[in-house]
Design a protein around this ligand. Sequence first.
Ligand code: ADQ
Length: 522
Amino acid sequence: MKRLVVVSNRVADPGCLASGGLAVCILDGLKERGGVWFGWNGEIVASEAEIGVSCRRDGKVTFVTMPISERDYKEHYLGFCNAALWPVHHYRLDLARFTPESCEAYRRVNSRFAEALAPQLNPDDLIWVHDYHLIPFAAELRAHGVRNRIGFFLHIPFPPPDVLVAVPEHEWLMEAMCAYDVVGFQTRTDQANFCRFLCEAMGGEMVTPEVVRVSGRVLTASVFPAGVCVDSFSAMATRPEAEKRIQWLHRRGEPRTNIIGVDRLDYTKGLPDRFRSFKRLLELYPENRKAVTLMQIAPPTREEVKAYADIRHELEALSGEINGQFGDFDWTPVRYVHRSVPRDTLAALYRGSQIGLVTPLRDGMNLVAKEYVAAQDETDPGVLVLSRFAGAAEDLEEALIVNPYDTDEVAQAMQHAILMPKQEKIERHTALLARVREHDARNWMEGFLQALDAPPAPLASLLSTPSATFDALQPWGVPAPTAQLSAAPNGRATASRGFRSAAMPQAHSIRAAEIISTAPRA
Ligand code: ADQ
């Protein structure tokens, strides 16, 4: 079995992993086949001179990590990653902030990471890169002569071309994305948006519904819906301690119905609209007063970015307003918990809640929806109310699917869930659980790695165009792409036209040569 090298912005610390998360699943896979996990260790150092690579071995897994500088944390992580790419990918152009410095920092960090990893690679390692922090990582590795199969999984949505082009450096980014062999998305919508960009803006051509020929390369763009570890989550939800917590939720005098929301405090999760919908529930159906509580668990995240501080203030004001207007000495309508909660507690809270309220305005997948389903008592399950804009809605059809912007519709869905007969709840939950199992964390990982590991399909016919054949015949000593990447001033569009035709010559040649060598003989 080939060694797996996982690359992600943050490397999970095995000591701190809460069981059940996607990171645990990746780590389990790494432990099983042996491998490397490479990325940022979460430390911030004062200057670039202090950046060094550390290696730590734990069983069959080697953790290779490095810190980033204060400047890179600000410009790369908070700047380009979280104030530019994150909002754009969630269709929030109004919140996106672009600066040439932040894009340059993004390129610099990817380049430095690639420089650190390249010497540690074996020729047949499978390299699996995660998420939007690392889009140009493969292009940077290719610049160091890395010819391995490299895959990329995007955990967040991929926006339509019209939205993506708001990023001043979008051409550079998309060209860089084409240096991967496999690009994985959460949903069919994301995959279609990506392929549309390649075909409409970059002259790409769909060879099959999942194989694109673009910029002289051939890459696979497929859907791999992320999932949860169903058994470990449901096991956590049924432990005796979990049972005690559930009983506490329903102790005498407590409301009959508990609605739970669990989200990082992020503007994409639709929390203010959710609170307003809950308020509408109390207004439209007053019989729910003193009978229903919304418990919202929302740990802080990225608080240095202004949009995140704003959302926190808005939510505090809203919960205060609802509690002030409707609450009583024996009933608090909104319980708002602004911190992280251990995963076994979370599992118990899911199981003890009659409604799981998952209403992001846009979300790659949303694992909370799946965790909620996995934690339910199959003989008396709760109801999942799910935003149509969560990737999970593409699959979880038996949830009550809502438009999170329409507060009355969400209130009506909550009321529907409150009144739903037990038999209907069981039928919906049985169907949902089957889907959550079908796309669990293990299948997600195995599916992606299979696509990455698979030898290129017989692609001889793909090389029939003169340009591709020409690429294949180019000598290998073409100018290193790094020079062109760096030369593109801040990666801006004016420069990226030229960059587009010249940035990846080495990658083109490598792939074309590989294709020729593996193509079946006529
Ligand atoms: P996130 O945006 O972080 O992930 P999500 O998929 O909901 O969103 O995962 C959040 C995880 O954090 C869940 O496992 C949840 O249990 C946990 N969590 C949330 N609040 C918590 C709290 N207070 N205490 C403890 N744990 C908490 C990104 C994308 C998603 C995509 C995932 C995985 O934005 O769309 O589903 O990656 O690909």
